[in-house]
Write a protein that binds this ligand. Structure first.
Ligand SMILES: C[S@@+](CC[C@H](N)C(=O)[O-])C[C@H]1O[C@@H](n2cnc3c(N)ncnc32)[C@H](O)[C@@H]1O
Length: 295
């Protein structure tokens, strides 16, 4: 058997059966050769998912021989991961804010860094109010916030109808249909309503940065969710303008930013008349959120 052929055999020549542990080691080596960051973890999660085991179940079944039908199920997934398709799209779900979300290639995979935006949003919510999540994607931000703030009404807006279909599944999964409305629309023209808090993780990758992205991101995640003109600043320019007329007095606009964008985005907030403008760093010390208030 060669590592690249992906002909995971049912039996070796000496009639030695493929046990789970043997396959796990084989897949780990294959992923390592393909340049995957966390080959062992990805191999474990993919095998556990296919065999409908949790990771503890996987360890407990190390000696179990695999059936031909199981190998047939695993083989295409291993191949796709080897081609750098993100693990989360293969599993069909991911975790964010300790909640499970459906993800498909129609939506950006929610990142742990975005939990900083959720934390800041929670720091800027009073007892009740109206919140708008612009560029909601999978709905990860608005659903996490709705799960923490049961007295708030929330809206998730996105330009992409395939993304909104995924968000709708997630809203239903978390039984939040009564408190979260999903709308299709462009952030250049926000709904004619008033909000107490507007949050957004908009596209912010510049064209210069695009080619440097990992293949998992560049080749598989939606470009619409990532790329922004004007050095990645276009959506922020539109958001600060729109928020001026959509925020109630004392309302806040909070946005996630790329690590090099803090000064430029802060300047946009100040130029648009926002007060108490702040930059919040993430847990690795990089600027991650800019926020400001309209009096
Ligand atoms: C970076 S993703 C964020 C997704 C999700 N909020 C998250 O944090 O995981 C940006 C989202 O903005 C949406 N989007 C892009 N351009 C937009 C526009 N002009 N108006 C509204 N939404 C837009 C994309 O479809 C995508 O879902």
């Amino acid at each position: 058997m060669t590592q690249n052929s992906l002909t995971v055999p049912v039996e070796q020549e000496n009639n030695d059966l493929w046990t789970l542990l043997r396959l796990l080691r084989w897949v780990t080596t294959y992923f390592t050769e393909k340049g995957i960051d966390s080959p062992r973890l990805d191999a474990e999660l993919l095998l556990a998912h296919t065999l409908q085991l949790d990771r503890v179940g996987l360890y407990l079944n190390y000696d179990r021989p695999l059936l031909a039908a199981e190998l047939d199920k695993i083989r295409p997934l291993v191949k796709r991961r080897g081609q750098r398709e993100p693990l989360q799209y293969l599993l069909g779900t991911t975790e964010f804010w300790s909640l499970e979300f459906v993800v498909t290639p129609a939506v950006l995979i929610p990142r742990a860094d975005t939990e900083i935006l959720v934390e800041e949003a929670l720091n800027h919510t009073g007892p009740e109010g109206q919140l708008l999540d612009v560029g909601t994607g999978s709905g990860a931000i608005v659903i996490s916030l709705a799960s923490e703030r049961p007295t708030w009404q929330m809206t998730g807006l996105d330009i992409s109808s395939p993304a909104l279909a995924v968000a709708q599944k997630n809203v239903a999964r978390h039984q939040l249909e009564k408190r979260i409305e999903l709308l299709q629309g462009d952030l250049a023209e926000l709904p004619q309503r008033q909000y107490d808090l507007i949050v957004s993780n908009p596209p912010y990758i510049s064209r210069q940065e695009w080619d440097e992205l990992m293949p998992e991101v560049r080749c598989f995640e939606p470009q619409l969710a990532l790329l922004a003109d004007n050095d990645g600043l276009e959506c922020y320019q539109q958001l600060v303008t729109q928020a001026q007329t959509r925020l109630n007095a004392h309302g806040w606009l909070l946005v996630e930013i790329g690590y090099q964008q803090a000064e430029a985005v802060k300047s946009l907030f100040l130029a648009a008349g926002f007060k108490d403008v702040f930059v919040r760093k993430d847990y690795s010390g990089q600027p991650r959120v800019v926020g400001g208030c309209l009096y």
